[in-house]
Design a protein around this ligand. Sequence first.
Ligand code: DGT
Ligand code: CA
Ligand code: CA
Ligand code: ZN
Length: 581
Amino acid sequence: MDSKQDVLDMLRDLAELTMLDEGDPQSFRVRAYESASQAIAAQATDLGKLTAKDLQKIDGIGKSTAEKIRELLDHGKVEKLEALRQKHPRSVVALLKIQGLGPKAVTKLRAELGVQSIDDLRKALADHKVRDLKGFGQKSEDKLATALAKLDEQGSIGRTPISVALPLANRIVTRLLEVPGVSHASYCGSLRRFAETIGDVDVVVAATDPEPVMEALVAMSFTDRVLVRGANKTSIVTHRGTQVDLRVVAAHQLGAARLYFTGSKGHNIKLRQRALGRGWTLNEYALSELEGGKVIASETEEQIYDALGLAWIPPVLREDQGEIELAEKRTLPRPMGAVTGDFHVHTDVSGDGRSPLAEVVAAAKARGYRVLAITDHAEGTLSGVGRDALLDQRAKIAAMQKELGDSLTLLHGIELNIGPAGELDYDLEFRKGFGFCLASVHDHFELDKAAQTRRVTTAMEDPTVRMIGHLSARMIGGRPAIDLDLDEIFTAAERTGTALEVNGALPRLDLSVEALRHGRTRDVTFVLTSDAHHASELDRVRYAALNAERAWLDPDRVVNAGAPERLVAWTKKKNPAVRAS
Ligand code: DGT
Ligand code: CA
Ligand code: CA
Ligand code: ZN
């Protein structure tokens, strides 16, 4: 039982619902839940064994929160949370996702206009009812309409961000694998294809008996209600409103089932046409002969692709964009391969970092990295670090390097903040002291396209900036991307030799697949990064690699994928602008 994750889920829901209930994101209670959540996340011990008293001894956990954690661990649910859920349904919580809509405003819209969902809000805006509300006015009405239009444009309304869906799916798979008689469990659908938002989570299990598998899903703590209960199919909805579809199949059908439920629909249709051309049929049970029904392949995906004369196609490529033709010619885009270094990593020196330097370096070494840039926040952001602390860190890194030898090169880097006019932190001389500078946007999201583009290209012109971090500054399903002229950005990146980050933090995935597709033929260097704020998060480069693969990015354009020699050479190279100065 994954009790730690259950506790973290509970604390997050409590914080969110309490904020809505009290109409105040800064309320004492909300902050108490958030600090408890951080404390629990950092705990390595099994929570199940701790009493309420033990829990209270953990820094950041108060008496009332400790009791709620115990209540959850002992009874599987918490009364206070159930009451809050009754009072504030998911459709209301979803309103908080909209830019510029805080808990106070949501309460007001609910009380005065009966707005209980995004659809209700859409209607109220269309009927121009919002402008007459006290504290709103014409301006807020327009702003809300724009924010809503942006969410529509992203197609993220009613969908679950991958940052929520992936941990959920991993928990389900882990749990179902424990059920007796289960030989395989995995998630399929858009999540396996690594889409940034997920309509529903599709899970496929091979088992001798479907009943206990479906029962295990229904019994999980996040299950809110059951939508469908069939002989080998069950659908549930979680408390956060994410639907999960579970199918249980026989082991010999597993390949056909995984292929079918992974999709995409367009990819499946092309495969089926190909099968028909050979006098065969392909469905979720098997690839078989049209006449007589003799099974040709069904057990593994590889066997089915092979029978169809195709190389196995990685799920990230199954989007009906010509991948089947390439699989036939055996010329599919190459995978990223091993990641050899990381260039966006925080330590506990940053206000929002959680692991000490030594732990981060040990984790990078364990991953076999050749280069690691430590890049805490510059003073221009809330979590930023002053000069003295940075110089102190530089000395520590130099000492560590001596111990490490040359297997792993440490760079003392910094994540600069790009100001509204492209200005950067500290001064040029101080910035030149760093071994690696990346620069990213963390504020002023509302500037227009020309201004946003200019601020980023101005930062690129700076002789110390080697890479732009999370270019669009979006949060998937939350904050929209800033407006940018991508052509101009790529042109400036080519001219200045500034690399672009492929950020693997799941809430970001920035550059997006869309932007990467846009730029994949340009003469630009890309860098996979984890943007880790904890040593364990170095693993997120894996997501950056998947995103790059989904965009068909050529690994030769990615400096830290594949041969380490290229990475080491790039690390030593300065920006062309620096060479000129
Ligand atoms: P989502 O959930 O909207 O993010 O996207 P998917 O791709 O996960 O779609 P979903 O959950 O409706 O279905 C899962 C997979 O099942 C889908 O990728 C392909 C397959 N599938 C579902 N319905 C059909 C269908 O009508 N025809 C075909 N060929 N495949 C289907
Ligand atoms: Ca799905
Ligand atoms: Ca589905
Ligand atoms: Zn960062």
